[in-house]
Design a protein around this ligand. Structure first.
Ligand SMILES: Cc1cc2nc3c(=O)[nH]c(=O)nc-3n(C[C@H](O)[C@H](O)[C@H](O)COP(=O)(O)OP(=O)(O)OC[C@H]3O[C@@H](n4cnc5c(N)ncnc54)[C@H](O)[C@@H]3O)c2cc1C
Ligand SMILES: NC(=O)c1ccc[n+]([C@@H]2O[C@H](COP(=O)([O-])OP(=O)(O)OC[C@H]3O[C@@H](n4cnc5c(N)ncnc54)[C@H](OP(=O)(O)O)[C@@H]3O)[C@@H](O)[C@H]2O)c1
Length: 380
């Protein structure tokens, strides 16, 4: 049977381990999912999509602020399916997102003039930025709690909930080595806003809430278009992936090992501290010891100045350029906001300096790498 977003497979968490050592201020979790009997096939570089369940504490808080009973039968406005309100809030509704529509609804249904005035002011066009940060700082339950005279109608509220969307995670294993398993590396999101400690919905679900050894994690494969190993196993590869960006490269290296691939492999990895945040260190070090991997490490908070993967690229600029000229495929995975942009700037600089190219020639070089499938990114 083919599993997809309309028919996800219920995978079982068979292993869950925090990879950071004691003393780390990060929480990055290794997860193994058992996919036996599913017939699911993936290639290295693919991701999976996971449908998370909201935290029962947040569901309870939301029910309380809506003064609603969990076993009320409702009709999902998107699918017309009937279910309990508890199920709708747990699996279908985004309980974290306060939208302008919610603010308008509450404004229209509070009994107190004081509360109404405050919301009307927030909804004025000139207060657009204030409204944006007001919504960003709150989740639905703490927003609703601030307006205790609200008299909500559950039926009218249902269409206001944004949809709880699936989350994507890079597969950190190769099916050639582990036919019935999908490994993941997950950054567990925790942050404070409006004086409440928050958890990322899916990372909380996967890293803490979901039970081990129970077939109940809804997933499907999200194939990557081109972020995968080159056809020719003798092609050299350069993998850049700080933080959870390293996940797909574990799959790449498992596959290269099982193929007995002769192509050279170079990994740029880093995170906060070498002592505590060096994920899968034994695996990478073993590969390095056996001459299967060149390893360049950038631990950003081990010294006074930040050290990032692009600094390591500059330290080995000459060698990096030689690999590019020998046809290496360059992969970048992880944070899109800063890391991937800075690595791209570094790439341009290396081509200009080492390849003696002008700025425009370097741009064309990178463009050519992209079009020929030699510069591949999976950034989020
Ligand atoms: C193709 C792809 C592959 C991916 N692979 C991986 C992977 O291998 N490993 C991995 O860990 N992740 C990966 N991700 C990211 C992952 O899909 C989720 O986005 C991530 O886990 C967060 O989801 P969440 O439900 O835990 O957090 P959410 O509940 O979605 O919360 C995150 C949101 O919280 C808010 N937020 C966060 N911090 C703050 C703050 N300090 N103040 C206020 N608001 C804040 C922001 O709005 C942020 O978008 C990937 C994403 C894509 C698209
Ligand atoms: N809110 C949370 O609890 C939480 C938890 C985990 C992850 N996240 C988010 O999840 C995403 C992925 O996180 P992750 O754990 O995989 O790691 P990450 O945040 O991407 O960090 C990995 C490494 O990259 C470094 N880095 C930061 N900016 C960089 C840049 N411009 N160029 C190169 N390297 C850079 C980091 O250093 P420095 O951090 O020292 O600058 C760190 O050493 C990020 O967007 C992160 O913000 C949030």
């Amino acid at each position: 049977m083919a599993f997809d977003k309309n028919n996800p497979f219920l995978a079982t968490i068979s292993e869950r381990e925090t990879l950071n050592k004691t003393g780390s201020k990060k929480c990055t979790v290794h997860l193994s999912l058992d996919i036996s009997e599913s017939g699911m096939q993936y290639k290295v570089g693919d991701s999976i999509a996971v449908f998370p369940t909201n935290s029962p504490i947040i569901v309870k808080e939301t029910l309380q602020t809506l003064r609603a009973k969990p076993d009320t039968i409702i009709t999902d406005p998107r699918t017309s399916a009937e279910m309990t309100l508890q199920k709708f809030l747990s699996t279908r509704a985004n309980l974290a997102k306060v939208t302008k529509k919610w603010v308008q609804y509450v404004c229209d249904h509070v009994a107190s003039h004081h509360e109404k005035d405050a919301l009307e002011s927030l909804l004025k066009p000139e207060n657009k930025d204030k409204l944006k940060s007001f919504c960003q700082e709150r989740q639905l339950w703490d927003f609703l709690k601030e307006f205790p005279t609200l008299e909500p109608s559950i039926k009218d509220c249902l269409p206001l909930f944004a949809l709880l969307l699936p989350r994507f995670y890079s597969i950190a294993s190769s099916q050639k080595m582990h036919p019935n398993r999908i490994d993941l590396l997950i950054a567990y999101f925790k942050y404070t806003s409006n004086q409440h400690l928050r958890h990322g919905v899916a990372s909380y679900y996967l890293c803490e809430m979901a039970p081990i050894d129970s077939p109940e994690i809804p997933i499907y494969i999200h194939p990557s278009k081109d972020f995968t190993l080159p056809q020719d196993p003798s092609t050299p590869i350069i993998m850049i992936g700080p933080g959870t960006g390293v996940a797909p490269y574990r799959g790449f290296m498992q596959e290269r090992t099982s193929q007995k691939a002769t192509g050279k492999n170079w990994l740029f990895f880093g995170d906060w501290h070498k002592e505590t945040d060096y994920y899968y260190s034994d695996y990478w070090q073993n590969l390095e010891k056996n001459n299967h991997l060149k390893l360049s490490l950038a631990f950003s908070r081990d010294c006074e100045h930040k050290v990032y993967v692009q600094h390591k690229i500059f330290e080995e600029a000459e060698e990096f350029w030689k690999w590019l000229e020998k046809g290496a495929v360059l992969y970048v995975c992880g944070d899109a906001t800063c890391m991937a942009k800075d690595v791209e700037l570094a790439l341009h600089k290396i081509i200009e300096e080492q390849g003696k190219r002008t700025t425009d020639e370097a741009k064309s070089y990178v463009k050519e790498m992209r079009t020929s499938g030699r510069y591949l990114r999976d950034v989020y």
